[in-house]
Design a protein. Structure first.
Length: 685
C-alpha cells in the first residue's frame, strides 16, 4: 500500500520530487493485506497476481489499514480470480475496558490495545496485535468482538459478488494428476519414515533431498523427456504434499515431532550474557538450532530513528533492527537493505518490547537494539524478543518487566488437531499456523497469527493461548536464571546523559543565531546536546570532562547574575576607568577603584584582555547594568578604613554665570562619550 502524492499539501522534497521505494510503514501494511488473502486462493491457483493499493485521500481521522484489506478483498471477489470466500479486516481498540471497532487516530492514542484482525464470515485468518500486558481472556474477547464486525462486512461483500461479480476462472488451476500422489508415496514411504525423525536440521534436509532425487530419477528419467508421465512441477508439488502428510500423521498419531519432542515441549535453551564486552549490552540467546546475538546501544536524542507517517513524523527513542543473513540457514544470497520479512520481524519484536521500556523522564537515553540471527531453525523473531530483552537488562536499562516470546504451530485435520509449542522451520513450512505470542507471566504484549488453511475457530485459539503461556513462562524462567534483573550501573563504554532545565525563553540563547552557539558547545565539549520545547536540555557525553564542560557552558549562558554573589569572569575590554568583565552570559563594569585597596596608576600594567578575574556583584541597576568589584573579595590591609560617603567632597555649588556648564565665553566642551560594553565573546576555556 502506498500513499499517493495527491495526499501532499506541498510538493515532495528532494531532488526527484516523486515517490521512491515503499516506506517501512507501507511495507508493514502490505504484509497486513497479503497475509489473510494468500491462504484463500483456491487449491491449484499459482498464477502471478498483483494487488496495488493506493491511499488517494486521507482525512487524518480514520486509519486506512482496515479499509485497505476490505478494498483488496472487494477487488478479488468482483474479479474472475478464484477466491474461496470474501475477506474483511477491522481494527480493535480498548479504551477504559471497552472495545472499540475501528477507533479513530485520536482514540487509538488512548487505547491499551492495537489489534488488526482479518478473516472470513466463518473463521479468523490473520491477527496482529500489540497491547499493554492484557490477559489471554481479554485478548480472546477482543478477537471475538472484532470477528462479529468482520462477519457483517463479509456478508455485504458476498451480496455484492452475487450481483456484480464475474464468473471465476478455474480452467487454469494446476491440480495434481490422478495417481501421482500414490506413485510418489510408494517410492518415499519407507525412507521417509526415518528421515522425518532426524532431529538435526541439516542432516534431516540432506536425507530428504536424497529421497527427492530418488523420486525424480524414477518419475523423470533423463534422456526420456518425451516419455515423462508428469510435469516436473507436478512431481515437486507431490513430493512436498507426501512429506507434509507423513510428518503431520506422525504428530497426530504418535504425539511425536521431528526432533523427538512432544507437542508442548520447548527446545533446550542456552544463554550467554555480556558476550561482546565492548558493547553497551549484549546477550546470546540460543533455543535449539535458532540463535541470535542481541546488542543494545545507548545514545543521545540525536541517535533516535526518524520516521514519517501519513499525517505526522517524529523520532523514535527506542527501535529494534533485525538482521537475517543468508548464512544463518546455510545459503548464499543478497546482502543489502532489509527485505519485507526482516522489516516485519523486526517491528514485531520492537513493539513486543516497547511497553517495557522506561519513560524518558526516568531514563533519557535513546535505545537501539540489534538482533543478528546467526543460525535459524524457526522462531527467530521470538528469539529476537528474548535476546533483545536480555541485552537491555545487561546494558542497565531499567525495564518495567522482562519479556519472553514463543511461536506456536498447528496441525489441523478434519477430526483432530495438535498445537505445537516452539515450532521448527519445517513445522512452520508444512504446518497450518504460525502464532507468535510475547509477554510475561501475567500478560501479553504482542501476538501475530498467520493461517494457511481457511481459518481457525475460537476454541483452537484459546487452547493455543493457554499452551503458549506455559511455554512463555518456562522460557522466562530460563532467562531470569541467566540475568535476574537489570544491571544497576551502565557500561563504562556507554555515554552518560544528564538533563538541565532552563527557561523556554533561554533556548535561543543556548542555540544562538543559526545554531552557532550550540555547535560551539558541541565542539568545545564533545558532548551531544538536545533541547526540547519545554527547555529540558539533554547532554550526552562519553567522558566526565566533556559532560562537566558542557554543563558549565550552559550554566554560564543561562544562569541569572545575583547581587552579592562571586563569579569567575574574563576581562573583555580594558578602559582607563576600569574593566569590562564577562560573567555568565552578561557583562559588568569593575571600576578602577574597585580593583584594589591600593591606587592603580596605569591599569594596563596590571591587567590584559582575556585574563580571568574573580569579581563580586555589587549592584544591578534598573537598566540591567552590573557594577562589579574585585576589591570586595580581597582581604583589606591592616588599619584600612573604607571612606564614608558623607566624608567625600560634595559637588561644587552652581556658578553664577548663567548656569551654563560652558561658562562665559569659553568654547563649548564636547559631550562625554557614552561607553557601551563590547559584544560578549564565547568563553573557550
Amino acid at each position: 500500500m502506498s500513499k499517493n502524492s495527491l495526499l501532499q499539501v506541498k510538493p515532495l522534497g528532494g531532488f526527484i520530487k516523486r515517490e521512491g521505494k515503499p516506506t517501512e510503514r507501507e511495507t508493514l501494511v502490505c504484509r497486513l493485506i497479503d497475509r489473510p488473502i494468500r491462504p484463500m486462493f483456491e487449491e491449484g491457483y499459482y498464477t502471478e497476481t498483483q494487488l496495488i493499493t493506493s491511499v488517494l485521500s486521507y482525512d487524518g481521522v480514520n486509519a486506512p489499514e482496515p479499509l485497505a484489506i476490505c478494498a483488496n478483498s472487494a477487488a478479488l471477489v468482483l474479479s474472475d480470480i478464484p477466491l474461496i470466500k470474501p475477506i474483511a479486516g477491522v481494527r480493535v481498540g480498548m479504551i477504559e475496558d471497552r472495545f472499540v471497532i475501528n477507533p479513530t487516530v485520536q482514540e487509538q492514542e488512548d487505547s491499551v490495545l492495537d489489534l488488526m484482525l482479518a478473516g472470513t464470515e466463518d473463521a479468523i485468518l490473520m491477527i496482529e496485535g500489540y497491547c499493554d500486558f492484557l490477559t489471554e481472556d481479554q485478548v480472546m474477547e477482543a478477537i471475538e468482538e472484532g470477528h462479529q464486525a468482520i462477519k457483517l462486512i463479509c456478508q455485504k461483500l458476498s451480496d455484492w459478488q452475487a450481483t456484480h461479480g464475474k464468473t471465476k476462472k478455474r480452467d487454469e488451476l494446476r491440480l495434481l494428476p490422478t495417481g501421482l500422489l500414490e506413485e510418489v508415496d510408494s517410492i518415499m514411504n519407507a525412507p521417509l519414515q526415518d528421515a522425518i525423525r532426524i532431529s538435526e536440521k541439516q542432516v534431516r534436509e540432506d536425507s530428504l533431498s536424497a529421497i527427492k532425487e530418488t523420486v525424480v530419477e524414477k518419475l523423470l528419467p533423463e534422456g526420456a523427456e518425451d516419455k515423462h508421465k508428469y510435469a516436473p512441477h507436478e512431481v515437486q508439488m507431490a513430493i512436498k504434499k507426501v512429506t507434509s502428510d507423513h510428518m503431520r500423521r506422525m504428530i497426530l498419531k504418535e504425539n511425536k515431532r521431528c526432533d523427538g519432542r512432544g507437542p508442548e515441549d520447548v527446545r533446550q535453551i542456552w544463554i550467554d550474557m555480556d558476550y561482546l564486552p565492548r558493547t553497551h549490552g549484549s546477550a546470546v540467546f540460543t533455543r535449539g538450532e535458532t540463535q541470535t546475538i542481541a546488542v543494545c546501544t545507548l545514545g543521545g536524542e540525536s541517535m533516535g530513528q526518524r520516521y514519517e507517517d501519513l499525517n505526522t513524523d517524529g523520532i523514535r527513542r527506542f527501535y529494534l533492527q533485525y538482521n537475517f543473513p543468508p548464512f544463518s540457514v546455510g545459503e548464499s544470497g543478497r546482502i543489502g537493505p532489509p527485505g519485507r520479512r526482516e522489516v516485519g520481524h523486526g517491528k514485531l519484536a520492537e513493539r513486543a518490547l516497547q511497553c517495557t521500556i522506561p519513560e524518558k523522564d526516568s531514563f533519557p537515553y535513546t535505545i537501539r537494539l540489534e538482533s543478528n540471527i546467526t543460525e535459524s531453525n524457526g522462531s527467530s523473531s521470538m528469539a529476537s524478543v528474548c535476546g533483545g530483552c536480555l541485552a537491555l537488562m545487561q546494558a542497565g536499562v531499567p525495564i518495567k518487566r522482562p519479556i519472553a516470546g514463543i511461536a506456536m504451530g498447528l496441525i489441523l485435520e478434519k477430526d483432530s488437531y495438535a498445537i505445537l509449542s516452539d515450532i521448527l522451520g519445517v513445522e512452520d513450512a508444512l504446518g497450518d499456523m504460525d502464532f507468535k505470542i510475547t509477554g510475561d507471566e501475567k500478560g501479553i504484549t504482542a501476538f501475530q497469527l498467520d493461517i494457511k488453511v481457511e481459518g481457525i475457530n475460537p476454541q483452537i485459539m484459546k487452547v493455543a493461548l493457554a499452551q503458549a503461556k506455559q511455554g512463555r513462562i518456562h522460557i522466562l524462567h530460563k532467562m531470569l536464571e541467566a540475568c535476574p534483573k537489570s544491571n544497576e550501573h551502565l557500561s563504562q563504554h556507554a555515554p552518560r546523559i544528564e538533563t538541565v532545565q532552563v527557561k523556554p525563553s533561554q533556548i535561543g540563547t543556548i542555540i544562538g543565531p543559526g545554531g552557532k552557539q550550540i555547535r560551539e558547545i558541541v565542539e568545545l565539549s564533545g558532548a551531544d546536546i538536545d533541547i526540547d520545547d519545554s527547555g529540558l536540555v539533554s547532554i550526552a557525553s562519553s567522558t566526565k570532562e566533556g559532560m562537566d564542560r558542557a554543563k558549565e557552558i550552559i550554566y554560564n549562558l543561562t544562569a541569572e547574575v545575583e547581587i552579592g554573589q562571586t563569579y569567575k569572569g574574563k576581562i573583555v575590554t580594558i578602559k582607563e576607568f576600569g574593566l569590562f568583565v564577562a560573567i555568565l552570559s552578561k557583562q559588568g563594569l569593575c571600576h578602577i577603584s574597585e580593583l584594589s585597596y591600593q591606587r592603580i596608576e596605569n591599569i594596563h600594567d596590571h591587567y590584559k584582555e582575556g585574563d580571568s578575574i574573580e569579581v563580586k556583584v555589587l549592584e544591578i541597576n534598573n537598566n540591567g547594568q552590573i557594577r562589579l568589584s574585585h576589591k570586595a573579595i580581597l582581604e583589606a590591609p591592616e588599619g584600612y578604613v573604607e571612606p564614608k560617603r558623607d566624608e567625600q567632597p560634595r559637588r561644587p555649588p552652581p556658578r553664577r554665570d548663567g548656569g551654563s556648564r560652558d561658562g562665559g565665553n569659553r568654547k563649548p566642551q564636547r559631550k562625554p562619550e557614552i561607553l557601551k560594553p563590547p559584544p560578549m565573546p564565547v568563553n573557550k576555556d
